[in-house]
Design a protein around this ligand. Structure first.
Ligand SMILES: O=C(O)CCC(=O)C(=O)O
Ligand SMILES: [Fe+2]
Length: 347
């Protein structure tokens, strides 16, 4: 498989007026202009309350359960990262993408590999390309890090990413416990299925402004292959949209919050009680946008399947057992297919 080489970064293309054909993704619904879409109505959950034994906690858990059952996403506050720290994470991300292309290319990913700096992976000849450049890094467990891809410039990048990793891990574990509790299951049932050495990957996304935001997409519609995803959004520039009942909704910006969405593997483990939402990113004609996504991924040899207590007579099992879901994910993803459809059982 030697389909790659996309010759220019999107950042370089963005300085020209012409949008290359391969980036045009119009889908016939009148283009991708942000203002045409309603804002979504999802709760902001206080993570500090979630696992207490109080009536406030019960109320937050019910909000969480209900939002993840319908939208598949929430925003969370009181997550252990200060607004100043979140700004630092955003700032080192911006500084990295502001480096000259040559400097960033020191961290370039290799052909058909995901880790490192680069643009959309090309898996299919006719594939449309996303209007984004990325830096993709495995951040946990530490012995799986490939430090040659970790930027040395800006100087504080690695230190801040280390702190962000540890804090994101705590948030992920807490949320996965809360998911279980909200379904009256034993707190650790998701975590035990995913394993003690569950992996975390970070994707730093840079969406240059585009001369034709009506024609290009920052990220084409997809659902995440993770168990859950924590997303730190740009503080000033909107772009993320979530699909619900065939309608696209805009994700609002709450600067101090983290946006969390269910990935396909929690949808499978929860036997569909939690939905992995389809989402996409629009671009903007005036401003660049950044975001940082952290994917919480089960250990690759784990058997992921609906948790016992969630399969009942009235709620039959909806998904097959999967292993190494991420591999299956990429086979389907660039063809515009939903990977999770390939593991659904007929009921
Ligand atoms: O940039 C965003 O808001 C979302 C990015 C995303 O969906 C992803 O990296 O999987
Ligand atoms: Fe995503």
């Amino acid at each position: 498989m030697e389909l790659e080489v996309v010759s220019k970064t999107v950042q370089e293309l963005a300085s020209g007026e012409q949008v290359p054909e391969r980036y045009i993704q119009r889908d016939g619904d009148g283009g991708f202009l942000i203002d045409a879409f309603p804002i979504m109505d999802i709760p902001t959950i206080d993570l500090g309350l979630l696992l207490l034994n109080s009536s406030d906690a019960a109320q937050q858990l019910e909000k969480l359960r209900s939002a993840l059952n319908t939208w598949g996403c929430i925003q969370v506050i009181n997550h252990g990262m200060t607004p100043e720290f979140l700004d630092e994470v955003r700032e080192v991300t911006k500084q990295f993408f502001q480096l000259p292309v040559r400097e960033k290319q020191k961290y370039s990913r290799e052909v058909n590999d995901i880790e490192g700096y680069g643009n959309d992976m090309v898996l299919l000849e006719q594939q449309k390309l996303d209007w984004t450049d990325r830096l993709y890094l495995t951040i946990y467990p530490e012995d799986q890090r490939k430090l040659k891809f970790w930027p040395e410039n800006p100087q504080y990048f690695s230190g801040i990413l280390q702190e962000f990793t540890l804090k994101s891990k705590s948030v992920s574990k807490l949320v996965l416990k809360a998911l279980a509790r909200s379904l009256n299951l034993e707190d650790n049932c998701f975590l035990e299925q995913y394993g003690e050495k569950a992996k975390m990957d970070a994707r730093f996304n840079f969406y240059p402004r585009s001369s034709r935001p009506d024609l290009v997409l920052g990220v084409k519609p997809h659902a995440d292959g993770s168990a859950i995803t924590i997303l730190l959004q740009d503080k000033n520039v909107e772009g993320l949209q979530v699909l619900k009942d065939n309608q696209w909704y805009r994700a609002p910006i709450i600067p101090e919050a983290l946006f969390i969405n269910v990935g396909d593997q929690v949808e499978i483990s929860s036997n569909g009680m939690f939905k992995s939402p389809v989402h996409r990113v629009l671009t903007n004609s005036e401003r660049n946008r950044i975001s940082i996504a952290v994917f919480y991924l089960p250990e690759s040899d784990r058997e992921i399947e609906p948790i016992e207590g969630l399969v009942t007579k009235s709620r039959p099992r909806l998904y097959k057992m999967v292993k190494s879901y991420v591999d299956l994910f990429f086979e389907n993803y660039q063809q515009g297919k939903r990977p999770i459809d390939s593991v659904k059982l007929q009921v």
